[in-house]
Write a protein that binds this ligand. Structure first.
Ligand SMILES: Cc1cc2nc3c(=O)[nH]c(=O)nc-3n(C[C@H](O)[C@H](O)[C@H](O)COP(=O)(O)OP(=O)(O)OC[C@H]3O[C@@H](n4cnc5c(N)ncnc54)[C@H](O)[C@@H]3O)c2cc1C
Length: 540
């Protein structure tokens, strides 16, 4: 038996199929289809450099039934071992109380999953609701009901990623195979196989929700426990070590939970919790980006990117960057092809937005944030939490502009600084989850950011035809691009208080679903490597 890795297999999107892929792969390495024992697609990307001729480019791994004759070719490697993630080795230090994870977003989820798989029966505390109840709460909020500050687009099972576009790409390198493991795990728990090899994997909020529920059940079956509607309110420390936490649930029952291992997987919107933790842990300010979200008809983006709006191609994404005349970068962020702009608020009388899509990405609209970094000293005052107050100020202005509805403005009106009166004449239907209203949003952000956004949109129009169309629509405000703080941790991932592991996006160690999940895995590895699970007294 031989194994062959074949790269650079190019297929016209119009004739793309597994049959075609295998034919081309066999031809390239001079074997017959009947020689194939098994195969696995390793990578699939899209090449639209010569639009409208668009190609898929594959890398495939083939196991043959018998040894095959090797040929020399730059795209062919024989007997290459695939990187497979291995669960961490169990350590020797005694641990009698079960580890507690606060937050059940991607970071907490994967931390809990690895700990549960290694026999550590973690307890997970999550302030929001389980996915099914949370989905109902969020839908009614989008339909005009009051915000639930404990369970919303930011808080609840699955974390901020649950109502997301579900882009699973990351700029982080995958030296240890963790990222591939995350993708394979999502596939194991319900996602399509293509997320394991697409160069820009996308899962969609609908599929992601099912995967998270399935993983939660697996964690429970391995002895883990998950308490929803339960918030971390305080931590107890003795002699520089954590000895427990104080929580309360929705019936307002307070509880002290004994633990010597606490993972803080809080997410970037846990502002009240950051204030509490600031009394105990060292933090620093972190720069983050703010801006607006822009909607275009998806066919404009498809034409610009592919030179065709052929429905056999997926809704096209884009990633654009610009440096303003003042040398300030403006960039597209969290672009959602075929998606919706969503009201992603989590605090009363404050409004924040983001983007979401379903697996099929077929809303007919493309949206993306256009953001610019706020320097750490923009927020006034020396307080480490001053950036949070800056975010809050922007969100309050946004909320007040249209009495809690998402303020939106045609790009042409934004440029001319005049209020949009109606969207009746834009020629397409805006896809927004949550109530919105025509407005003049120029008053929300500092004027230099507005100016830079206009410069950027004009520049992007030269790169992606149609981007600067008059009837593109801008919405406010994109203020939660990443955490405004970092909780310091050492090379063993612990804070200066022993037993506390700051993790994921909220504590400043990740940006996005994949890197947050990978950070959760790293924390679990550190815990497993150090402690044995044999002395755990908790038996469910
Ligand atoms: C609408 C939207 C779309 C997005 N789209 C994408 C995308 O397409 N791709 C991508 O990579 N990223 C996307 N993101 C960002 C991504 O969701 C986050 O980067 C990721 O979820 C961070 O993971 P985390 O586990 O660190 O934190 P979170 O997912 O924020 O999870 C933290 C959890 O902690 C809980 N919590 C907080 N405080 C407490 C407390 N005191 N007690 C108990 N529980 C607490 C919260 O309720 C929350 O569930 C999107 C975000 C949003 C809001």
């Amino acid at each position: 038996m031989s194994s062959i890795t074949i790269s650079n297999i190019k297929i016209d999107y119009k004739v793309d199929s597994i049959e075609m892929l295998l034919s081309k792969a066999c031809k390239k390495c001079k074997i017959k289809k009947s020689d194939i024992d098994s195969f696995k697609i390793l990578k699939k990307s899209i090449d639209a450099r010569h639009k409208p001729d668009v190609f898929y480019v594959y890398q495939i791994f083939i196991n043959t039934k018998n040894k095959v004759k090797k040929i020399k070719h730059k795209d062919i490697i024989y007997d290459k071992k695939l990187k497979i993630y291995k669960l961490p080795k169990v350590g020797s230090e005694s641990l009698s109380k079960r580890p507690v994870i606060v937050g059940f977003g991607p970071c907490g989820l994967f931390c809990a999953y690895i700990l549960a798989k290694c026999g550590y029966k973690p307890l997970i505390i999550e302030r929001g609701e389980d996915i099914d109840n949370r989905s109902k709460t969020v839908e009614s909020f989008w339909n005009g009901d009051k915000l639930n500050p404990e369970s919303n687009v930011q808080f609840g099972e699955g974390g901020a990623g649950t109502f997301s576009d579900g882009k699973l790409n990351t700029g982080v390198s995958d030296k240890f195979g963790r990222l591939q493991y995350i993708l394979e795990t999502f596939h194991e728990y319900g996602a399509d196989e293509n997320i394991t090899y697409d160069s820009k994997p996308h899962i969609g909020t609908d599929v992601l929700k099912e995967c998270i529920k399935n993983m939660r059940e697996e964690i429970k079956s391995l002895g883990g426990e998950i308490r929803f509607n339960t918030r971390l309110d305080d931590i107890k420390i003795e002699d520089g070590k954590v000895i427990g936490i104080v929580t309360h649930n929705k019936d307002n029952d307070k509880e002290f939970i004994d633990t010597n291992l606490l993972v803080l997987a809080l997410g970037h919107s846990a502002r009240d919790t950051f204030y509490m933790l600031n009394d105990y842990l060292k933090m620093e300010r972190k720069t983050y980006a703010v801006g607006l979200r822009i909607i275009h008809p998806q066919n404009v983006i498809n034409m610009g990117q592919y030179g065709t709006d052929d429905e056999r191609l997926e809704s096209a994404p884009y990633k654009l960057t610009y440096k303003s005349e003042d040398d300030i970068p403006v960039f597209s962020f969290c672009m959602c092809p075929g998606g919706y702009v969503v009201n992603a608020s989590s605090e009363d009388n404050r409004l924040a937005i983001n983007g979401m899509s379903y697996k099929d990405r077929n809303s007919g609209c493309a949206n993306s944030a256009l953001v610019s970094h706020i320097e750490t000293d923009v927020a006034k005052g020396s307080d480490v939490l001053a950036n949070i107050e800056y975010q809050r100020g922007l969100e309050e202005k946004t909320y007040n502009l249209c009495d809690g509805k998402i303020p939106a403005q045609k790009y042409i009106d934004f440029k001319n600084d005049v209020k949009t009166e109606s969207f009746a004449d834009i020629g397409y239907e805006l896809k927004v989850k949550g109530e919105y209203e025509p407005a003049n949003i120029r008053s929300i952000l500092p004027d230099y950011i507005n100016k830079n956004i206009i410069e950027a949109v004009e520049y992007f129009g030269n790169k992606l035809s149609g981007f600067n169309m008059d009837n593109a629509v801008l919405l406010a405000i994109e203020s939660r691009t990443s955490s405004p703080i970092r909780i310091l941790r050492n090379e063993n991932f612990e804070s200066e208080v022993k037993g506390i592991y700051p993790a994921g996006e909220g504590c400043g160690y990740a940006g996005g679903i994949m890197s947050a999940a990978a950070d959760g895995i790293k924390i679990a590895e550190a815990i497993v490597n150090k402690f044995t699970n044999e002395d755990l007294r908790y038996d469910g």
